[in-house]
Structures are given as structure tokens and as C-alpha cells.
Design a protein around this ligand. Structure first.
Ligand SMILES: *Cc1c(COP(=O)(O)O)cnc(C)c1O
Length: 225
């Protein structure tokens, strides 16, 4: 199957309110250009250097999403052009993003990554850490970031019930933040809190059933890595 037909099939299966991030990590620019020519404008990469090389070579109306783990000292390399950072999981990283956004005279959109899997290796905040973070005065003081929502990755397993449980958990955390936001008028940083980034090639339909509004799909579009 061609990249274009894979993309069209997936897009046709997505409800209108769900945004597709085409995860193009490890794939050559020629593959990304096929998706671009089929109309795709949002691409996800997990390494800053690779994303920057692709950004340099490709049309400038593409929105680049960083979906991988980000080291603070590398934020500066993508700050000028990145459109959404999915994997933010510490105040320190947020502060660095805020600082680099300020330097570039822009606001950078972020998602906070929540730890929902049973594996030890996945990054992210738990619910208590999330609540502590968003209620801190350091958080409220940052003017050059916006938190658009939450991101999570389910356990790598065939067990659909396990995955479903984890997605529902993420949705419930998301709902509780939205509720808090309504009562406390927390901070303008959370004004645009409306996105749940969950679901990949193997589990995106289940993720959408559980409330996902943004799916990150790689191998089903571009083939295996
Ligand atoms: C690679 C990756 C994806 C896409 O995975 P596929 O199974 O190829 O769809 C989604 N999210 C993150 C964070 C990734 O690193």
C-alpha cells in the first residue's frame, strides 16, 4: 500500500474532532513529502536533531510536533519552529521551554505527559505530581507557554483491557483538570486545555473510544521501522 492510500484510509476512519499526527521518525524526507502531497500538515518526530533536519528541508506550512522525551539543554534547537511539544513532564523542562519561547518572542504549546503504563520505562507525571505542578506559583508565572492538554502512552501489550483501563485513567485525569480549571480560574496557562494525545497505530481506535482527541500514528502510514 502507498503512503497516500494508508493516510487516506486512516483519515477516513477518524472522527472530525480527532487530529492526526503523522509520526515520521526514522523515515526519509521523500516519504514525508508523499504524505505532505496527500494533504498531511502535522508531523511528529521523537528526536530534535532529526526533526530540525527535516524542518530545514521541507515546506514551511508544516506543523512539527515533538513527541519524544526532551532534554532541557536541547529545547533551544527547536524553539523557533516547533508547534507542539507532547512529552513535557517536569517543571524544569517547562521553565526551559518558557525561557526559549521568550527568547524567540513566541508562545510554545505543550502537553503534559502522564504516566499511565505499568512499565517502568515510560516517562511522565503521576496525578499527584501533575496537580502539584499546575498549582505551583512557578507554573502560574510562566507567560510564554500554553498547556493544551495531556499526553500518555499505554503499556506495550496485546491485552486490550489493560490498554483500555490506562486510556480511561488518562481521560479521568484530564476531566478532573478541566473541572478544577472551571472552579479555580487557575491561570491563563490552562485556558486552552482541551487536547488528549493518546493512541498509536495499534490502539488508536480504542483511544478514540476512550476520549482521545489527537492520535500519533506512524507505522500504519509509513510502514514498519
Ligand atoms: C513512535 C511513536 C508513535 C507511533 O507509533 P506507531 O506504532 O508507529 O504508530 C506514537 N507516539 C510516540 C510517542 C512514539 O514514539
Amino acid at each position: 500500500m502507498s503512503i497516500q492510500s494508508n493516510l487516506n484510509t486512516i483519515k477516513a476512519s477518524l472522527p472530525e474532532h480527532v487530529t492526526l499526527v503523522a509520526v515520521s521518525k526514522t523515515k526519509p524526507v521523500s516519504d514525508l513529502m508523499q504524505a505532505y502531497e496527500a494533504g498531511q500538515r502535522i508531523f511528529g518526530e521523537n528526536k530534535i536533531q532529526e526533526m530540525t533536519e527535516k524542518w530545514e528541508q521541507m515546506p514551511k506550512d508544516i506543523q512539527w510536533h515533538m513527541i519524544g522525551h526532551v532534554q532541557s539543554n536541547k529545547v533551544k534547537y527547536m524553539a523557533s519552529y516547533v508547534s507542539l511539544i507532547h512529552g513535557v513532564d517536569s517543571l524544569k523542562l517547562l521553565q526551559e521551554i518558557n525561557k526559549q519561547a521568550l527568547k524567540n518572542n513566541k508562545i510554545i504549546d505543550c502537553l503534559l505527559q502522564i504516566y499511565i503504563a505499568e512499565e517502568e520505562s515510560k516517562f511522565g507525571l503521576d496525578e499527584n505530581e501533575l496537580n502539584a505542578l499546575i498549582s505551583s506559583s512557578d507554573f502560574k508565572a510562566m507567560k510564554n507557554i500554553r498547556i493544551l492538554g495531556l499526553m500518555g502512552m499505554a503499556t506495550f501489550t496485546e491485552d486490550q483491557n489493560q490498554i483500555k483501563k490506562e486510556f480511561i485513567h488518562l481521560k479521568s485525569i484530564f476531566d478532573s483538570i478541566q473541572k478544577q480549571k472551571e472552579v479555580s480560574q487557575n491561570t491563563s496557562t490552562l485556558d486552552n486545555f482541551s487536547t488528549i494525545s493518546m493512541g498509536m497505530s495499534g490502539d488508536y481506535q480504542l483511544a478514540i473510544e476512550c476520549g482521545s482527541t489527537m492520535v500519533r500514528i506512524g507505522s500504519s502510514i509509513f510502514g514498519g521501522r
